[in-house]
Design a protein around this ligand. Structure first.
Ligand code: 6PG
Length: 506
């Protein structure tokens, strides 16, 4: 590639693991790239990997030493992808690109895990200087390399230019079966099938949807962990035995990437001690913030998402290790508790509990997106979102296909629980779910996500909730008023301190 002629189809900034893998994925798909990272060594690693993987092919990644060089090397109007940490680094790079002479019709695409409100603000802030666009990426390192799920949002014109690029690098699904087309061969990308990339909307909506994906991911992971906990500590199963059960489950409706990798983690042996690795890993969970953002957003828009929120709290509780160790010595648990059900029967019950709770966690995530869409004026297509998540991303699962079909049947579906398929499934398996929650409580094994999902389900299907008493309490101490069930003519208040406590219109 000559120094003088801009020949790179795409500029790429940030050659960390995700950036490098996205760049290699683009190169596999025939795109030439001008790559820049503040740490030049990272660019060299990407170039060396490309050469090692495709020694016969013409080099497609050219290293650049500055923002100016990157702009000069990329054909106009430019497409520049960013893979830098969320937050201030995104604005830092944007400022550098402005200094280097980026043009108004150039597109800058943020592929990081940015907070959606930052993305919304950036779309406005950079208008006129360049087009700020975002494409949220899910799938971790391997997804980035061989096909992630992509959630693009921003200027619709920019999408028309970006669409072929995004569709090329995205994971693909077999349109007949709805299953991922898996191929992990450098230089031989999947070009057939339906791409897991579709325009989400404007104003940061893609990052919002990715955030909810992560909230669901937190819930899904926590549900699996609670099932593991019951098997390990209330049923005395070994990690290898649990892995075997998970592998079996992975052939049915629970088939998913997260079940698959859980089995792999449980099967791993620590080379140093010879013990199952899971017994060696410290039980303190980390988090980067996207689950927390989802929980905060659910609280803000008033969307009931207790299983997602519970999963965030479970991580927080896990970090109190030292306190828990102390408490374990002094706080009593149930006496004579424990699982009385036979192992095969209990395993079946746990399967059904996980399935039902998972339906509720997804129902919560989709309902949250529906309520947020209303609030922020987005026309989200929920069937399309479920389809994007069928492959490439962390929550990919066969389960996403019936979700896509449910929203195709009824785009305004209030909850997945109201879809005939899911309603029938939960109805059929709920007794095992209830049994698991009851047994976990009696055994003193925390199963907050599984039981919060059940409480959510029971609340959702309850005609009269105790919020009537709650409204009475609010009216008593704060004159907050209440509506009546026998007429629809506004608010009422009781003059609680007056003799006879007259009920008056507020
Ligand atoms: C994905 C993942 C990805 C990442 C999260 C995990 O979709 O590819 O969700 O975004 O692994 O950063 O976040 P925590 O560190 O909060 O678990």
């Amino acid at each position: 590639m000559s120094e003088a002629t801009p020949e790179a189809k795409i500029g790429f900034i940030g050659m960390g693991v995700m950036g490098k893998n996205l760049a290699l994925n683009l190169a596999d798909n025939g795109y030439t790239l001008a790559a820049f990272d503040l740490d030049r060594a990272k660019v060299e690693v990407a170039i060396a990997q490309e050469r090692a993987e495709a020694p016969q092919a013409a080099p497609r990644i050219r290293g650049c030493s500055s923002y100016t060089e990157l702009l000069a090397a990329t054909v106009s109007p430019r497409i520049i992808l960013l893979s830098v940490p969320a937050g201030e680094p995104v604005d830092h790079v944007c400022a550098k690109l402005i200094d280097a002479g980026i043009q108004a019709d150039d597109i800058v695409v943020d592929t990081g895990n940015s907070l959606w409100t930052d993305t919304r603000d950036r779309e406005k802030h950079y208008a006129g200087k360049f087009i700020f666009f975002s494409t949220a990426v899910s799938g971790g390192e391997e997804g980035a390399r061989f096909g992630p799920a992509l959630m693009p949002s921003g200027d619709p014109y920019a999408w028309t230019r970006l669409r072929p690029v995004m569709e090329a690098i995205a994971a693909k699904v077999d349109p007949q079966s709805g299953l991922p087309i898996e191929r992990k061969e450098p230089g031989n990308p999947v070009t057939e099938g339906e791409p897991c990339a579709a325009y989400i909307g404007d104003s940061g909506s893609g990052h919002y949807v990715k955030m909810v994906h992560n909230g669901i991911e937190y819930a899904d992971m926590q549900l699996i962990c609670e099932v593991y906990h019951l098997m390990r500590h209330a049923m005395a199963m070994t990690p290898a035995e649990i892995a075997e059960v998970f592998r079996e489950w992975n052939t049915g409706p629970l088939h998913s990437y997260l079940i698959e990798i859980s089995a792999e983690v449980l099967d791993q042996i620590d080379q140093e001690s010879g013990l199952p690795l899971v017994d060696i890993i410290l039980d303190k969970a980390g988090q980067k913030g996207t689950g927390l953002w989802t929980a905060v957003s659910a609280l803000q828009v008033g969307a009931p998402a207790p299983t997602i929120t519970n999963a965030v709290f479970a991580r927080a509780l896990s970090t109190l290790k030292e306190v828990r160790v102390e408490a374990s010595k002094s706080l009593p648990g149930p006496v004579g508790g424990g699982i009385k059900t036979s192992r095969p029967e209990m395993i079946e019950q746990l399967h059904d509990a996980l399935y039902c709770a998972k339906i509720c966690a997804y129902a919560q995530g989709f309902q949250l997106m529906q309520m947020a869409a209303k609030e922020h004026g987005w026309a989200l297509n929920f069937s399309s979102i479920a389809k994007i998540w069928r492959a490439g991303c962390i929550i990919r699962a066969v389960f996403l296909q019936p979700i896509a079909e449910a929203f195709e049947r009824n785009p305004d579906l209030h909850s997945l629980l109201m879809d005939p398929f899911f309603a029938e499934q939960v109805g059929r398996y709920q007794s095992n779910w209830r049994s698991v929650v009851a047994q976990a409580v009696l055994a003193g094994i925390p199963a907050g996500a599984i039981s919060s999902a059940l409480a959510y389900y029971d609340s959702y299907r309850t005609e009269v909730l105790p919020a009537n008493l709650l409204q009475g309490q609010r009216d008593f101490f704060g004159a907050h008023t209440f509506s009546r069930v026998d007429r629809n003519d506004g608010k009422y208040h009781v003059k609680w301190s007056e003799p006879g406590r007259p009920i008056v219109k507020a």
